[in-house]
Design a protein around this ligand. Structure first.
Ligand code: NAP
Ligand code: HSE
Length: 420
């Protein structure tokens, strides 16, 4: 028998404990041993969790218990779980976690500390989709050209409801929280940070790149307006929060932002809490992975798969490499990323204004691909919506600063990247 201790019996921890019991027949058959939860750790031991396991508020009762074979970390946060899983590894216990924030900051230290001790984290990225296993194992013969995906279930759920049903931002965020999709602090979801944590994990496996969230472009969905949605639809785009890792000549670009993508692309059709990740490998070509990106049971499915793999003795090096990559891929600086852009400006509705804007963009070598004018609430003004041809991020930022200085331009200029 294998005894598991779970740090955190919340949305995911409750599902893990329940499914280990309810599906014990198939789990035992596949693992070759019975797997039971010995202890669960919570802050509030008086709250009913609906599962029949011993609860404690003292993590030592899991970490230092010689009878516990595997420690499962499902409490969230960064430094507190880091200290606890380090102690578990020092005690020689294999660790399973769903905590992408922890891994975004400490995956390389944890890999070094774990050594030959299994450290598994399938549930950390894209919920129930086995994307970590696909990259670490199924695609391990490939140089990875790109990874693009919807990696945050909360944002995709919100965007789908806002775009298709005109749902209110705050109400729909509350719904995602009630459904157990959102992080304890939902600004991690809507601000793009959660998707960035996941992208960094995938980039480590795909490219061996050790980057931190501060090193990459991270933008969320907070500033998307109905005008942007309408424009996107008119021009054949859907808006999705994407995580993008792409190998280019100069290195690897990593970014998370709201993106306009062609409506006919497969990923544009991925709605609700579903996630989808496409990975292009040099041998396999394009592959795509789809499934529930958040929620207790879907995430628990991935957590338990890791536990079963550990029991079977199936685990490779934590981040997928037995030794360092000699090609030494580098993270491309944020400024150097090249993309197409969408811009939304509020301007005086007068002759000469359009010419001044086109000329300002031209000064930065940016050429306009398409343009739309829409009425503004203020009758003397208009909304101008542009898409541009490709240009470097730094040029676009400088151009936006220059456009903001024009007397005929009012308020914030909205910008979104386009990915075809
Ligand atoms: P949650 O519902 O907030 O559960 C967290 C649990 O940890 C709670 O039981 C809480 O106790 C306990 N806990 C937190 N800090 C503690 C501390 N200092 N000492 C003792 N217990 C503590 O979170 P969740 O949604 O299950 O997420 C857990 C982890 O999985 C996070 O890292 C999250 O990012 C990740 N994840 C979540 C999902 C999802 O869909 N929810 C999907 C993939 C990954 P109390 O209940 O007493 O407060
Ligand atoms: N809050 C995360 C999401 C949970 O919405 O995708 C899954 O990692």
């Amino acid at each position: 028998m294998i005894r598991v201790g779970i740090l955190g019996i919340g949305t995911v921890g409750t599902s893990v404990a329940r499914i280990l019991e309810e599906n014990s027949d198939i789990i035992e058959a596949r693992a070759g041993k019975k797997i039971v939860v010995k202890t669960g750790i919570v802050k509030d031991t008086t709250k009913d969790r609906g599962v029949s396991i011993a609860l404690s508020d003292d993590p030592s009762t899991v970490i230092d218990d010689p009878e516990i074979d595997i420690v499962v970390e499902l409490m969230g946060g960064v430094e507190a779980p880091y200290a606890l899983v380090k102690r578990a590894l020092k005690n020689g216990k294999p660790v399973v976690t769903a905590n992408k924030a922890l891994l975004a900051y400490h995956r390389y230290e944890l890999q070094a500390l774990a050594g030959e001790i299994p450290f598994m984290y399938e549930a950390s990225t894209a919920g129930g989709i086995p994307i970590i296993g696909a990259l670490r194992n199924g695609l391990s013969a490939n140089h990875i050209e790109s990874i693009k995906g919807i990696m945050n279930g909360t944002c995709n759920y919100m965007l789908t409801k806002m775009i298709n049903e005109g749902a209110d931002y705050d109400e729909i965020l509350k719904e995602a929280q009630d459904l157990g999709y959102a992080e304890a602090d939902p600004t991690f979801d809507v601000g793009g940070f959660d998707a960035a944590h996941k992208l960094l994990i995938l980039a480590s496996i795909a490219y061996g790149i050790d980057a931190k969230p501060e090193d990459i472009v991270i933008e969320g969905i907070e500033n998307i307006t109905q005008t942007d949605v309408t424009f996107a639809k008119e021009f054949g785009y859907e808006i999705k929060l994407l995580g993008i890792a792409k190998k280019v000549e100069e290195g690897v670009e990593l970014r998370v932002h709201a993106t306009m993508i062609p409506s006919e692309s497969m990923i544009a059709k991925v709605d609700g809490v579903m996630n989808a990740v496409t990975v292009v490998g040099d041998c396999v070509g394009e592959t795509m992975y789809y499934g529930a990106g958040a929620g207790g049971d879907a995430t628990a499915s991935a957590v338990i798969a890791d536990i079963i793999d550990i029991v079977r003795g199936n685990h490779g090096p934590m981040l997928g490499y037995k030794k360092g990559l000699e090609s030494g891929l580098k993270l491309l600086h944020k400024d150097e990323i090249v993309s197409q852009y969408y811009l939304r400006l509020e301007v005086n509705d007068q002759s000469g204004v359009l010419a001044a804007i086109a000329s300002t963009l031209g000064r930065f070598g940016i050429s306009i691909e398409s343009m739309l004018q829409k009425p503004s609430k203020n009758e003397e003004r208009a909304k101008l919506l542009f898409t541009t041809h490709c240009c470097a991020e730094i040029k676009m930022r400088d151009a936006i600063d220059a456009l903001s200085e024009l007397d005929d331009v009012h308020g914030e200029i909205a910008m979104m990247r386009i990915e075809k």
